[in-house]
Design a protein around this ligand. Structure first.
Ligand code: NAI
Ligand code: 3PY
Length: 313
């Protein structure tokens, strides 16, 4: 079996040696421009069109991340980016759920324990104990209840918060309230105090965190955007922060990355920012998932993780 690998920044040698350990029989190489040699599988991130053009003999292409929005948006502009009929797989969890849980739980607890208020008081040298927040007033609403959103929901239930999620179809959770479809979005938003976004970027989800949605949240709500910048209408967020509807926001992703220095988000006192690091690809776990998927495909099985190109995730 021949495997080609391309990533603009990852250490290809490290990935190839991890893959070789899992798939000792495979011939694995870093793809470079001009390489038209044989390939059964391709592992890619931001691949040049030349890499996969016409490779209809591939058994699968693996995206080296959870979100496939960038590859699908480039595919719309250039249908040669992926060979027709070849399945595209994405990473499912591979260590990202744990990272998302760490991020979401730590920030929810930060807001719940009013560390944002105490930081503001500290800057005024004020010693002032504040009233505690109650968990029942701290409903967490998670947009997207997939591989990552589902795990984040479970961890917040473990901390005793009321948790609800919103997805395309209803989920059968015992302690998480499930809402589905546009018709239930308002009911989901109503009384949500912390809105966490873990949706994929598709034409249906772009701009979903806008004034209309934010105005339906509980007063003094918070927004945690962990998915993609285009989900959030940044001007609407700033308006809601300045009107007092929102108490704070923590953003990991932005419609333009890196976030330009002139963005008012950098200077807003109630906006916290991280540079798209909520959950990064972990090579060893990703390689384990990819190798096991390859083995299943070679046996004619139907592993999970295949992207539905029509649905867009
Ligand atoms: N900030 C970061 O570092 C990272 C961000 N991400 C983002 O997180 C996203 C989610 O990842 P996974 O949980 O693995 O995806 P997933 O595909 O397992 O879950 C997606 C969820 O969104 C729901 N959904 C999709 N379209 C919908 C619609 N139109 N209406 C209602 N619900 C809808 C699905 O029902 C599902 O519950 C990725 O697509 C990626 O953009 C992923 C990894 C790292
Ligand atoms: O895997 C993804 O989709 C990411 O955003 C990685 O940072």
């Amino acid at each position: 079996m021949d495997i080609i690998f391309y990533h603009p920044t990852f250490d290809a040698n490290h990935w190839i040696s991890l893959l070789q350990r899992q798939l000792p029989e495979a011939r694995i190489r870093e793809w470079r421009s001009g390489d038209n040699g044989p390939a059964d599988y391709a592992l890619v991130w931001h691949p040049p069109v030349e890499m996969l053009r016409g490779r209809t003999g591939l058994k699968a292409v693996f995206a080296l991340g959870a979100g496939v929005d960038s590859i699908l948006s480039k595919l719309k502009k250039d249908p040669d980016l992926l060979p027709a009929g070849v399945p595209l797989f994405r990473l499912e969890d591979t260590g990202m759920a744990e990272q998302m849980q760490e991020y979401a739980v730590s920030q929810v607890l930060h807001w719940f324990r009013r560390f944002d208020d105490y930081q503001a008081l500290k800057l005024q040298a004020k010693w002032e104990p504040l009233a505690d927040y109650e968990r029942e007033d701290f409903t967490i609403g998670i947009l997207g209840a997939g591989v990552l959103g589902g795990k984040v929901a479970e961890s917040l239930v473990g901390w005793g918060f009321p948790v609800r999620c919103w997805s395309r179809s209803h989920k059968n959770y015992s302690r998480i309230k499930s809402f589905a479809g546009r018709e239930e979005l308002s009911a989901f938003a109503n009384n949500t105090r912390v809105l966490i976004n873990l949706l994929p970027n598709t034409p249906e989800t772009v701009g979903i965190i806008n004034s209309e949605l934010v105005n339906q949240l509980a007063d003094n709500a918070y927004v945690l955007n962990l998915a993609r910048g285009v989900h959030l209408v940044e001007d609407d967020l700033l308006t809601a922060l300045d009107s007092g509807k929102l108490k704070g926001a923590m953003l990991d992703v932005f419609s333009r990355e890196p976030l330009p220095a002139e963005s008012p988000l950098w200077r807003h006192p109630r906006v916290a920012i991280t540079p798209h690091v909520a959950a990064v690809t972990r090579p060893a776990q990703a390689v384990e998932f990819i190798s096991s998927t390859i083995i299943q495909l070679d046996k004619g099985q139907h592993p999970t993780g295949q992207v539905d190109l029509q649905r867009g995730y």
